[in-house]
Design a protein around this ligand. Structure first.
Ligand code: 2NE
Length: 275
């Protein structure tokens, strides 16, 4: 695609082309670990993609390789700025604001595809996990590290992980903190497919284009339905919001809205009580 820069950022790259937004974490010297500022930028780009009605698919990836030849999707929170109560930004405030990004990726009514080359570790692993789909390069390495470095993610990082790989495997991943290669990750359903690294972006674009040929409203409702199954009341809120959206688009809702505006009795009898 003919990628166009949307806006220059410091820690990320943000491009768009043909209905696809591409967000790249751009800190290869840190294995694309995120600091609070990185997360603010991710949030801004994701929100922009959400609001852009021409965008249906977001590709989320990491810049690489680093000068040492190694790739990373993301190595989680930047440990060099970890302070007393979270990750400390230039403003001196400790935050765990990646949790907001996790929620946004899950709730935005667009398909978010993680393109994982190299390390997806710790909070970086959870980041690909919460994406709708993951395409892994053959050099992908997945794993959690919390219990060996003093952290854990008891939110989506554990409960949603267990939904994906099962309780036994999820406990193994967290308790042992091992690293899993691309084939192992594919086998346990952590990723959707594995491709040679040179083809990673092209494969992501191909998947995006196939999705973009399909019905936006159908995909939107499906995403909300998949979330509703796991996300409790906030999942139901998303699903129900789509019901309201579709209702607003109906002749029936328009008649009741017009009647109220025109101070007349709505013509309710026009509309069927479908079985
Ligand atoms: C990712 C991994 C396994 C890669 O290992 P390797 O040997 O290929 O690279 P190396 O030499 O460890 O890393 C290269 C450079 O990247 C930095 C390193 O410090 C190193 O810098 P220099 O020494 O060359 O200057 N780097 C890598 N990961 C970093 C990080 N997360 N923060 C800051 N700098 C980082 C290996 O690098 C690794 O295990 N990294 C640490 C993984 C980690 O502890 N992640 C945080 C987990 S906690 C979390 O993400 C989290 C959460 O649990 C809850 C809420 C929010 C976040």
């Amino acid at each position: 695609p003919d990628w166009q820069v949307v806006k220059p950022f410091r820690d990320i790259l943000y491009h768009k082309a043909d209905g696809i937004a591409k967000i790249t974490i751009n800190r290869p010297e840190k294995r694309n670990a995120f600091r609070p500022e990185t997360v603010f930028e991710l949030n801004e780009a994701l929100n922009d993609a959400r609001e852009d009605t021409s965008v249906g698919v977001v590709l989320l990836t990491g810049a690489g390789p680093h000068t040492d030849g190694k790739y990373a999707f993301c190595a989680g929170g930047d440990q060099s700025v970890r302070g007393h109560a979270g990750y400390v930004g230039a403003d001196g405030v400790p935050r765990l604001n990646i949790l907001d990004v996790q929620k946004l990726i899950r709730s935005m009514p667009k398909v978010v595809i993680a393109l994982v080359a190299g390390y997806a570790i710790g909070g970086g692993h959870v980041l690909h996990l919460v994406c709708d789909l993951t395409i892994a390069a053959d050099n992908a390495i997945c794993g959690q590290v919390g219990p060996k470095m003093g952290s854990f993610d008891g939110g989506f990082g554990s409960s949603y992980l267990a939904r994906i790989v099962g309780q036994k495997k999820a406990r193994e991943i967290w308790y042992l903190c091992r690293q899993y290669n691309a084939e192992e990750s594919l086998k346990m359903g952590l990723v959707n497919t594995v491709v040679p690294i040179e083809q990673l972006e092209a494969e992501g674009v191909q998947w995006a284009r196939e999705i973009l040929d399909h019905s936006p409203l159908a995909i939107r409702c499906l995403k909300a339905a998949f979330n509703a199954d796991v996300d409790g009341q906030s999942g139901l809120q998303e699903l129900a919001g789509n019901a309201t959206l579709l209702y607003y688009m109906s002749e029936e809702a328009k008649e009741f809205h017009s009647a109220q505006r025109e101070k007349r009795k709505p013509d309710a009898r026009r509309f069927p009580w479908l079985p």
